[in-house]
Design a protein around this ligand. Structure first.
Ligand code: ATP
Ligand code: MG
Length: 865
C-alpha cells in the first residue's frame, strides 16, 4: 500500500516527467488580495497569470497546494466531520498549462496518471463534461467529450449542468467549462444493485469527485457577457486526501494515514474507541481536521483574532473545542497537545510547521483556555435563560446571540435545550443568521466596471526605487463603486508610486496635466498591478501626466521601513535567533512590528535594542540593494525567508551592513537619514507573540521632547529635590498611610454610632433618625443587630457631599407582620427625588434633593408607627 507521502510524490514526479515545473505550495493565508482571505484552490497563486497581469515563468507547472475552504464562495465548514470527504484544510494536487497544452493533453494526463500510475480500476471511474447552457448561449463541450471517448466508454461520460461543469473565478474574469473525474468505491454487491453513473454528483459519500479539470477559455465581463480568451489555460485540482482514500482502499479520508495518527491519539486521550459511536466519531474527525487548519494558519502567520481572517480561524478552533467538550468530555485544553503528532507527520513536507511548533502549541493552548471560559459563560447564560423561560421554545434571537457572542453553534443550543425539554425556534435563528450575512455582504460589496484598455499589452513598470516623479500615461482605468464611495483606479505605463504591499503603506501624491490636477489619494497593489486611486477621472485620459509622489511622506515611511530592518536585526541579537518576524506595518507616522518571543521585554532589553539601532543609524550604513537576485544566492548572503510569504525565483534584497532582508519596500539611501529611533510601546499580541511600536526621525525627536516636558513639569512640582523618583515614592507611601488611618477612623466612628444605636434599640425598637455620616457605612452593623432585635424598625437618613440617602432595616417580627422595607423605600425615595430598592427586611435609596430628607423621615415615622 502506498503511503500518503509516496502518493503525493508520485503525482509531482509524474507531471515533472511531462515537463511541468514543480512549484512549492503558496501560503494558505493570503496577504495582499482584498477579494480573498485564504487560498481555496490551487489556481489562486497563478491568478495574475490567468488575468494577463503577469508573465508566465514556465509554460507548465505542478504542485500540491494547501487550501482552506471555510469562507466565501467555498465554505465546507458545516460538512466537515459529518461527512467523510470534505475538510476545512486540504491539499489540492494540480497541473497547469499557461497558454500551452489544452483539453486533449489534460485529459490524457489525468487518465494516464489515475489508471496507469495509480492503477485505479477503470471500471470505478466516471467523467462529466459540460452539457451546454441555453441562457449563456453555450453549446455542449463536444471537444472534451470526444477526447474522453478515446479513453473511456461512452456510457461513463456524463453531461453536467452549468452548476457542476462550468467554472468561474469570480463574478468577472477567466472561466470555462470543466470536466470532473468521479470514483465509485462502493462494494461490488452495491455496485451490482445501482450503477455508479446514477450516483455521480448525488452526494453519495462513496461515489465522489476526485479531480476537476478546468478548461479556461473565456473571460466574463462586468455586464455578464463572455468573450473568448486569447491564451487558453489548463487548471486542474485533485483532492489529495480523497486520492489517498482510494489508493489505500479505505471508505473515508479519515481512515487514511493522513488522519489516523491524529484520530487515534484523540481516541486514546478521551478514552473512547473510534468507530463505536457516530457522535463521538464526528467529534474526533472535527478535532483532527480543525487542528490541521488552525496549525497551518498559525504557521502561515495568521493568528486567531476578532476580525477578518483571524476571526475565521478562531471560529474553526472554537468549533473543535466545542465538539471535544460536548461529545468527547474534554473539559480541559487538549487540542494543543496534538500538535507534536501533526508536526511529526507533516513537518517533513511543510517545514514551517516544524520550525514553529512551540509557537503553534502555545497559541492554541491560550485560545482553548479562553474559549473554555467563554463556553462556561455561555452555558450559564443559557441556564439562566431556561430558568426564566415560560415557554417550551427557546427564542431564535437568543439562540443567535449565543451563536454570535459566545460562539455557540446552534446544535449545541439545541442539545442544551433538549436536556431541559425545550426546543429552539430555528426559523428565528436562521433569520438572525441571514440578516447578519446580508449585513456583512452589503458592507463588503464592491462593484467594479471592466477595465478600459488604453495601451493594450503595455507591461507596467515600477520606477519608484529611483525617482519620485515621472511623466506617465494611463494604460488602463476603471470605475469602482464601494460601500459609500466611488472612485477610479488608474494603471500607468510606468509609475513612481509605491502600491501598498508587504506592510508598507501606499504612496499618495498628485497628477498634473495642462488642464488640471488630480490627487492620488492612495496606491494599492491588486492582482500584481499597481493601482492609483483618484476621486475624479481626468477628462482627457490619453494625455501625458506629470506624476509626483508626496516626497515628505515617502521619506518618513522609508525611515520607518529601514529602521524596521535594523530593529529586526537588533532584536535577534538581544533576544536570540528564535525571533521571527510575524507582521510588519510601516507608514509615515510609525512602524509596528510583531515577532515571536515568549516573554515580556525588560526595560533593559528595550533600551539595548534602541541603543543598537541608534548605533547602526550613526554608522551611516549605505543601502546595498539587489533588485533581482536568484533566491538561492540571496539565502547564501544570509537573507531570511519569512514563513507565509510567497517568493519568486528572483528576489529583491535590501542590505544595511549586517542586516539583510528580502524586501520589496522603499528605503533610505543611508541609515544616517533615519536620525533617531525610539520604541514607544511593547506588549503581547498573543501567547508567544510580541508587538513593538516605534518612531523615527522627526517623530522620534517629538516623542523625546514630550517626555522631557513631562519630566520638567514633575521637577517643577518637586522643586529642590535631587531624587525625583524617590520623592514621588515617598509621597505615595505617605498617601497610603493616610488612607489607612482614615479608614481606621471611619470604622471606629461607625462602630461608635452602631453601639449608640444598639443602646437606643434596647429602650425603643423603633428608631427614625437623621445622622451626619454616610448611612451606608452602617449597613453591616445594623444587619448584625437584627438577630437580637426581632422587633426593630430602623430608618436612617443622611446627607453626605450634598447627596441624601436612606437606609431601612426591619427585624423579622416586623417583616412577618407585613412591613416591607423595599416597598417603604420606594415611597420615601420620592421625597428625596431618588429611587432605591431592596428586600422586605433591608433597603436603601439615594436621591438628588437633600431638602426632602426631613419629610421622608416624617413619613417613615408614620409608617413604622
Ligand atoms: P465537492 O463537490 O466534492 O465539494 P468541489 O466541486 O467543491 O467538490 P473543486 O472546487 O472542483 O471541488 O475542487 C477540486 C478537487 O478538490 C475536488 O475534485 C476534490 O477532490 C477536492 N476537494 C474540494 N473540496 C474539498 C474539501 N472540502 N476537502 C477535501 N477535498 C476537497
Ligand atoms: Mg465543494
Amino acid at each position: 500500500m502506498m503511503t500518503s507521502n509516496e502518493i503525493r510524490k508520485a503525482f509531482l514526479d509524474y507531471f515533472a516527467s511531462k515537463d511541468h515545473h514543480v512549484v512549492p505550495s503558496a501560503p494558505m493565508v493570503i496577504k495582499n488580495d482584498p477579494t480573498l482571505m485564504f487560498t481555496n484552490a490551487g489556481m489562486n497563486q497563478f491568478k495574475d497569470i490567468f488575468l494577463g497581469n503577469q508573465q508566465r515563468q514556465w509554460p507548465r507547472a505542478t504542485d500540491s497546494q494547501k487550501c482552506l475552504r471555510v469562507s466565501g464562495k467555498h465554505n465546507d465548514l458545516e460538512e466537515v466531520g459529518h461527512d467523510t470527504y470534505h475538510h476545512t484544510m486540504f491539499e489540492m494536487l494540480g497541473n497547469w498549462s499557461f497558454g500551452d497544452y489544452f483539453k486533449k493533453e489534460a485529459i490524457a494526463y489525468g487518465w494516464e496518471f489515475l489508471t496507469e500510475v495509480m492503477k485505479i480500476n477503470k471500471d470505478w471511474l466516471y467523467v462529466t463534461v459540460f452539457g451546454g447552457d441555453e441562457k449563456e448561449g453555450l453549446e455542449m463541450d463536444m471537444e472534451a467529450y470526444d477526447f474522453w471517448k478515446a479513453h473511456i466508454s461512452e456510457d461513463r461520460i456524463l453531461k453536467g449542468s452549468k452548476k457542476d461543469n462550468f467554472w468561474e473565478m469570480g463574478d468577472q474574469g477567466p472561466c470555462g467549462p470543466c470536466s470532473e473525474i468521479h470514483v465509485d468505491i462502493r462494494p461490488d454487491e452495491e455496485k451490482a444493485k445501482v450503477p455508479g453513473r446514477e450516483l455521480v454528483n448525488k452526494d453519495n459519500p462513496q461515489v465522489i469527485e476526485i479531480w476537476n479539470l478546468v478548461f479556461m477559455q473565456y473571460n466574463r465581463k462586468a455586464d455578464g457577457s463572455l468573450e473568448p480568451l486569447k491564451a487558453k489555460h489548463i487548471d486542474t485540482g485533485m483532492g489529495f486526501e480523497r486520492l489517498c482514500m482510494v489508493m489505500q482502499g479505505k471508505r473515508s479520508n479519515y481512515d487514511t494515514d493522513v488522519f489516523q495518527p491524529l484520530i487515534q491519539e484523540i481516541a486514546s486521550k478521551c478514552g473512547k474507541h473510534y468507530g463505536d459511536n457516530e457522535q463521538a466519531d464526528i467529534a474526533m474527525r472535527v478535532c483532527a481536521d480543525h487542528l490541521r487548519a488552525v496549525s497551518f494558519s498559525i504557521a502561515d502567520g495568521q493568528l486567531p483574532s476578532n476580525v477578518k481572517a483571524g476571526y475565521v480561524i478562531r471560529r474553526i478552533l472554537r468549533r473543535a473545542v466545542r465538539y471535544g467538550y460536548t461529545f468527547l468530555g474534554f473539559t480541559e485544553p487538549f487540542l494543543n497537545t496534538l500538535v507534536p503528532t501533526l508536526v511529526g507527520q507533516m513537518g517533513h513536507q511543510f517545514p514551517e510547521l516544524q520550525k514553529q511548533q512551540e509557537l503553534i502549541q502555545r497559541i492554541i493552548l491560550e485560545e482553548e483556555q479562553a474559549f473554555l471560559r467563554t463556553l462556561a459563560g455561555g452555558i450559564k447564560r443559557f441556564e439562566d435563560y431556561a430558568a426564566k423561560c415560560n415557554s417550551k421554545v427557546v427564542d431564535g434571537d437568543f439562540a443567535f446571540e449565543l451563536f454570535d457572542t459566545y460562539g455557540f453553534p446552534v446544535d449545541l443550543t439545541q442539545l442544551l435545550a433538549s436536556e431541559k425539554g425545550l426546543t429552539v425556534d430555528m426559523e428565528g435563528f436562521q433569520r438572525g443568521l441571514a440578516e447578519q450575512k446580508e449585513r456583512s455582504r452589503g458592507a463588503a460589496k464592491v462593484e467594479s466596471d471592466d477595465w478600459q484598455e488604453l495601451l493594450p499589452g503595455v507591461e507596467q513598470e515600477f520606477i519608484g526605487y529611483d525617482c519620485l516623479e515621472a511623466d506617465v500615461r494611463i494604460a488602463r482605468y476603471r470605475h469602482v463603486k464601494a460601500k459609500d464611495k466611488e472612485f477610479y483606479q488608474l494603471v500607468f505605463d510606468h509609475t513612481p508610486f509605491y502600491g501598498e504591499s508587504g506592510g508598507q503603506a501606499g504612496d499618495t501624491g498628485v497628477l498634473k496635466a495642462e488642464n488640471g490636477e488630480w490627487r492620488v489619494v492612495n496606491t494599492k497593489k491588486e492582482n500584481g498591478l499597481i493601482v492609483h486611486i483618484v476621486e475624479q477621472l481626468p477628462e482627457d485620459v490619453s494625455a501625458t501626466f506629470h506624476a509626483a509622489v508626496d516626497a515628505d511622506k515617502r521619506q518618513a515611511t522609508a525611515c520607518n521601513h529601514s529602521a524596521t530592518h535594523l530593529m529586526h536585526y537588533a532584536l535577534r541579537q538581544v533576544l536570540g535567533d528564535h525571533v521571527e518576524q510575524k507582521g510588519s506595518s510601516v507608514d509615515p507616522q510609525r512602524l509596528r512590528f510583531d515577532f515571536s518571543h515568549f516573554a515580556k521585554l525588560s526595560q533593559e532589553e528595550i533600551r539595548e535594542v534602541e541603543r543598537r539601532v541608534n548605533a547602526m543609524i550613526r554608522q551611516c550604513l549605505p543601502l546595498e540593494e539587489h533588485r533581482a537576485m536568484p533566491i538561492a544566492e540571496a539565502q547564501k548572503l544570509g537573507a531570511m525567508a519569512l514563513f507565509g510569504e510567497k517568493y519568486g525565483d528572483r528576489v529583491r534584497v535590501v542590505k544595511y551592513g549586517p542586516s539583510i532582508e528580502f524586501c520589496g519596500g522603499t528605503h533610505v539611501q543611508n541609515t544616517g537619514m533615519i536620525g533617531s529611533f525610539r520604541i514607544v510601546s511593547e506588549g503581547a499580541v498573543a501567547a508567544g507573540m510580541r508587538r513593538i511600536e516605534a518612531v523615527t526621525a522627526e517623530a522620534a525627536t517629538d516623542y523625546a521632547d514630550r517626555q522631557q516636558e513631562q519630566l520638567m513639569a514633575l521637577n517643577e512640582m518637586f522643586k529642590g529635590t535631587k531624587d525625583l523618583a524617590g520623592s514621588i515614592a515617598k509621597l505615595q507611601e505617605e498617601n497610603a498611610q493616610l488612607k489607612a488611618s482614615v479608614e481606621q477612623l471611619q470604622k471606629e466612628k461607625a462602630a461608635g454610632v452602631a453601639k449608640g444605636i444598639a443602646d437606643k434599640l434596647k429602650a425603643n425598637p423603633v428608631l427614625v433618625e437623621r445622622m451626619d455620616s454616610d448611612v451606608n457605612a452602617l449597613k453591616d452593623a445594623l444587619m448584625a443587630l437584627r438577630g437580637d432585635n426581632p422587633d426593630m424598625a430602623v430608618v436612617l437618613g443622611s446627607v453626605t457631599a450634598g447627596k441624601p440617602a436612606l437606609l431601612i432595616v426591619l427585624g423579622q417580627n416586623r417583616v412577618d407582620a407585613g412591613l416591607n422595607a423595599g416597598q417603604m423605600v420606594r415611597t420615601l425615595g420620592k421625597e428625596i427625588q431618588g429611587g432605591g430598592g431592596g428586600q422586605p427586611h433591608f433597603a436603601t435609596a439615594g436621591g438628588k434633593n437633600p431638602d426632602g430628607l426631613d419629610k421622608a423621615l416624617a413619613v417613615a415615622k408614620e409608617m413604622v408607627g
